[in-house]
Design a protein around this ligand. Sequence first.
Ligand code: ATP
Ligand code: MG
Ligand code: FE
Length: 352
Amino acid sequence: ATLLGIETSCDETAVAIVNNRQVLSSVVRSQIETHRHYGGVVPEVASRQHLEAVNPAITEALTQAQLSWADIDAIGATVAPGLVGALLVGLMAGKTLALVQNKAFLGVHHLEGHIYATYLDQPDLKPPFLCLLVSGGHTSLIHVKDCGVYGTVGQTRDDAAGEAFDKVARLLDLGYPGGPVIDRLAAQGNAKAFPLPEGRISLPGGGYHPYDSSFSGLKTAMLRLTQRLRTDLPAHVELPLADLAASFQATVAQSLTKRAIAAALDLGLGTIAVGGGVAANRGLRQTLTAAARDRGLQAVFPPLHLCTDNAAMIACAAADHFQRGHRSSLDLGVRSRLALEQVMELYTATLN
Ligand code: ATP
Ligand code: MG
Ligand code: FE
């Protein structure tokens, strides 16, 4: 089926057209330049920019794919989780077009979209598999059982992995968003320069939680370390940014890899698919790929440009649901939070 997807959950206005798992066009209008002035995403500003960008992006996606409305079978739009005002813009655009163009409409869960991004590079991948979802707002290990059927087996107890990258980058005055800058710097640094603590969650009966993670301790350790270096180093000596970035990135990659491998082995899943912005991280890609191979598992990733927010992954998830006959009501609303376990509510019940 040919689906047009709309994504406006955060700071990317994105529209894409896919034919099942093949991308026909993908338009991403990032608001990063605007939000950079504030050091993070400002919700009101995001909604306003989505409103200006969404219609031109829809036109551009159709033009790029050289398709007209007659070629589109259905429209999918992200409805949860995310910023309510931002989500509303995409939902309203999607529902209005569905009504006017007489197309089926499907609300899409943003995280299910991140899971589906891997299919765009691996069209033959089939559940069950484990998804390591590492984005700006989430860090979870998900047992992917079928389209719309998910079980969260582990998650972060505090900061998300992407959030940790962003906070540490701010600490080092590297700007926003932090992930890509740290990734670049780390490539030139020594990952063993500074030993850092991997956050662990203690269990009441002793030992540590095998799948849950924590990044706030690591963030604090980075703060103390840079404060100490700034005090100790002579004024004309700059912070060893590459070594700091490499040590931090290696610690995050190791922590995520350990938990993903443990969960895959325990659940008897042979494939680990990674999703979300941090899936673009070269340290994580290398560490996880090598560790998986050592254990007889396979690690798969989305194409680099489809790790962070885009609408191709949203359209891809919508296409799978559409093929199974799932449809959303035009009464569907948005939700700032919605567990992945509740995805099917988007197709059977009316939210709000
Ligand atoms: P969510 O999907 O949880 O709602 P989000 O949509 O804001 O959050 P994504 O777009 O999936 O998140 O990813 C953005 C995050 O990915 C940012 O925190 C960014 O720093 C991080 N990121 C992007 N590229 C890289 C990279 N190469 N290495 C590490 N982190 C990265
Ligand atoms: Mg974003
Ligand atoms: Fe996202």
